[in-house]
Design a protein around this ligand. Sequence first.
Ligand SMILES: Cc1cc2nc3c(=O)[nH]c(=O)nc-3n(C[C@H](O)[C@H](O)[C@H](O)COP(=O)(O)O)c2cc1C
Length: 184
Amino acid sequence: MGDPNDLHALLDEAWRHLTRGVADSRSPARYPTFATVAPDGTPEARTVSLRGASRSQSVLEVHTDIATSKVIALQHNPKAAFHIWLPRADLQIRITAFVDIQTGPDTDPQWDRVPEGSRVSYGTMPTPGTPISDVYAYEKPSNRDRFAVFKCQLLEIDLVHLGARHRRAGFVRTDDWAGTWMAP
Ligand SMILES: Cc1cc2nc3c(=O)[nH]c(=O)nc-3n(C[C@H](O)[C@H](O)[C@H](O)COP(=O)(O)O)c2cc1C
C-alpha cells in the first residue's frame, strides 16, 4: 500500500474493484447486495449481478425482471443502496444511488448482449414471489418485455478499509467526489 493518507487512492481502489466486478464473475464485487425500501417502509436486500460501472458517469448498472418487487419499491422510492465486502482487500464498499428504471427500446443495446441462455431470467411465470403449489410449478420463458435496466446514479460512496489501523472515507457526488476521512 502507498500513502495511507491518500484519499483518492482509496477511491481509485474501490473503482478498480467495481470495474473488475463487471468483467470477472469470480470477483466478490460481481454480486453486490442491493437494498431498497418497500412502499410500507420495510428494508429489502437481495443479491444482484453488477452489469456496468462507469466512473466518468458515476453510474452502476443492474439488470432485472420488471415484475420483481424491487421495481415496485423503486417506483415508490427511487433510492437504493449497494453493499460489497471484498475479503482479500479488507475493503467494504457502500454506495447510495438514485435509480432510473429503463425498459423498452432504450434497453436494446443491453438486451442484445444478454446471452440466449440467460434471457430466461426475464419472464418467469407466475411472476417472481408468487406462491406456487409445488416447488417447480413455474416456467421460465424469455420475455423481452420484462427486461429492465437500472441506471444507478451514484450519490454517496462510503469506504471502510480494515488494516493495522482502520480507515474510513466518505465521498459525495455534490462535492465532485472530493471526499473526507471519517472516524471508522
Ligand atoms: C448470485 C445471484 C445473482 C443474482 N443476480 C440478480 C440480478 O442481476 N438481477 C435480479 O433481478 N436478480 C438477481 N438475483 C436474484 C435476486 O437476488 C432476487 O432473488 C430476485 O431478483 C427477486 O428479488 P426481489 O423480489 O427482492 O425484487 C440474483 C441472485 C443471486 C443469488
